[in-house]
Design a protein around this ligand. Structure first.
Ligand code: PGA
Length: 250
């Protein structure tokens, strides 16, 4: 049976000390990861190496929240996909809504990052989702499809290639206004149809993200097309992240 992915996006919520304390608390609490779960943490670049060391002990994965597609060079302020790989990351978030909307990342950037991540053997977690305006204008499917096509169309993949997608409606992120689970499931079905047409040989887990917490996580992960959750705020606190894991562990 395929595992449920519980992915924690700590964003810029935690500093170095706090990130390491939380990683060690998780490692102590979950010496044995529940068999039905695949857990991974996305820490800030400064904390990623030491967080990764703590999590490796217990088989919790880790990855970067962003990285540049060029390997090395004069790119002040950036870290590359190659650098994430060098410190042992398995994953990288690509095209998170905050990257797109706060930092102006384009579909073109996302595509470059997808190619660079796959090239170096990182599993990209491609984030897509519509804004409130797009939803209000009835353009939800169209907006998501444009993002998916830009990132995945004609992408060079092999039988070993792993890609994960997170459907995260922008209006649901960090707002407490989670997407209705039936609507999330409907959109996941749509995302699945599009990705299957673009990359027919790959089995791509699709995670839901946007105001997931302990109280609602089960409403999402038991749906046919929802393979797990990408969780921000509620994953950056030990008690709440522990509770989320305990609620979905079997
Ligand atoms: P949230 O963030 O859980 O705080 O809404 C989710 C995300 O941005 O990945």
């Amino acid at each position: 049976m395929s595992k449920t992915h519980i992915f924690a996006n700590w964003k810029m919520y935690l500093g170095y000390d706090q990130s390491n304390i939380l990683a060690n608390q998780l490692a102590n609490e979950f010496k044995k990861i529940p068999e039905n779960l695949n857990i991974a943490v996305f820490a800030n670049d400064l904390s990623l190496y030491s967080v990764g060391l703590a999590l490796k002990e217990v088989n919790i994965g880790f990855g970067g929240q962003n990285a540049y597609w060029v390997d090395k060079g004069g790119y002040t302020g950036a870290s590359s996909m190659v650098m994430l790989k060098e410190i042992g990351c398995q994953y990288v978030l690509i095209g998170h809504s905050e990257r797109r909307h706060v930092f102006g990342e384009t579909n073109h950037d996302v595509r470059q990052k997808m190619e660079a991540a796959l090239q170096i053997g990182l599993t990209p977690v491609l984030c897509v989702g519509e804004t409130q305006k797009e939803r209000d204008e009835g353009k939800t499917e169209e907006a998501v499809e444009i993002q998916l096509r830009a990132a995945l169309d004609d992408l060079k993949v092999g039988s070993e290639t792993k890609i994960i997608i997170a459907y995260e409606p922008v209006w649901a992120i960090g707002t407490g206004n989670a997407c209705d689970p039936n609507e999330a499931e409907r959109m996941h079905g749509r995302v699945k149809t599009i990705t299957t047409a673009l990359l027919p040989d790959l089995e791509i887990p699709i995670l839901y993200g946007g105001s997931v917490k302990a109280e609602n996580v089960a409403d999402y992960i038991h749906r046919e097309n929802i393979a797990g959750a990408l969780i921000g705020n509620a994953s950056a606190n030990f008690e709440s992240f522990k509770e989320i894991i305990n609620r979905v562990a079997v």
